[in-house]
Design a protein around this ligand. Structure first.
Ligand SMILES: [Mg+2]
Length: 253
């Protein structure tokens, strides 16, 4: 079952596992990093896997869990450099491009809201051009609080003009959907298979979708003939495209 989207005015979009295939992230943290850590530090892969998994588990839900600087320090290696070794796995989920094209024909305010570290956001933009489709973007590192925290939503509301009750959030994380709902985000929508190579999950208590383009017919009432360039939030917006994210990313790390 899908929600009624006829009364929304803002769309908040998660990145990893929602717009982009979570396979890259799952494979990196749960397999590739184990192997590379073992090679770099000269330890058995099984020992590396145990060590890394324990450290990751201890940080779940905190901003550190999403911080490449933190993990580079914890594991004494360059996380961003290792991620670049797998850029061929960074890709859109099925239906994302058609969904973003549809949103571009509406007057809806669209904001990317991600827990990804800014350097990882830049890396993913370089591979996909994602930010060219979404004028506004926020990473929780800007606010010092992950999306799982009420503090993130308070700061998002303070920084952007939007009515939470008229907002749609699409996110593959149940803790994030729960925090957003508690804050008052009107419609919270989960993703049934964030990793194209992984199992389908269930988001009990939340609306759920897999191919985002199945939402396009529900946005029909928001499509205008004015085109995206007329959107008032398209100009002079603090969260509008940062040239650094376009051009400097390949020099990072
Ligand atoms: Mg996600």
């Amino acid at each position: 079952m899908l929600p009624d989207l006829s009364n929304i005015s803002t769309v908040l979009l998660d990145m990893d596992g929602t717009l982009l295939d979570l396979h890259f992230d799952d494979f990196f943290w749960n397999q590739y990093l184990h192997r590379r850590y073992a090679q770099i530090h000269g330890v058995p892969t099984s020992d590396a896997a145990t060590f890394i998994s324990r450290r990751l588990d201890a940080a779940v839900g905190s901003l550190n869990w999403y911080c490449t600087d933190y993990w580079s320090s914890e594991f004494n290696l360059d996380i961003l450099k290792l991620k670049r070794e797998l850029v061929h796995l960074i890709r859109y989920r099925t239906g994302t491009r058609a969904f973003l094209d549809c949103l571009a024909e509406t007057q809806l305010q669209v904001i990317l809201v991600t827990n990804a570290h800014p350097d990882v956001l830049a890396l993913k933009h370089d591979e996909t051009g994602l930010l060219g489709h979404i004028p506004n973007r926020v990473t929780s590192h800007d606010y010092g609080a992950p999306k799982e925290s009420p503090e993130f939503w308070k700061q998002l509301r303070a920084a952007h003009e939007f009515d939470p009750a008229e907002a749609l959030l699409i996110d593959d994380s149940i803790p994030v959907l729960t925090a957003a709902r508690c804050y008052g985000i009107g419609i919270t929508l989960g993703i049934s298979q964030p990793n194209s190579s992984g199992p389908s999950g269930s988001a009990d208590g939340f609306f759920q979708v897999d191919d985002l383009s199945t939402l396009n017919p529900l946005l029909a009432g928001h499509i205008t003939s004015q085109g995206p360039g007329t959107r008032p939030w398209h100009q002079d917006q603090p969260g509008a495209l940062d040239p650094g994210l376009h051009e400097g990313a390949t020099d990072r790390g």
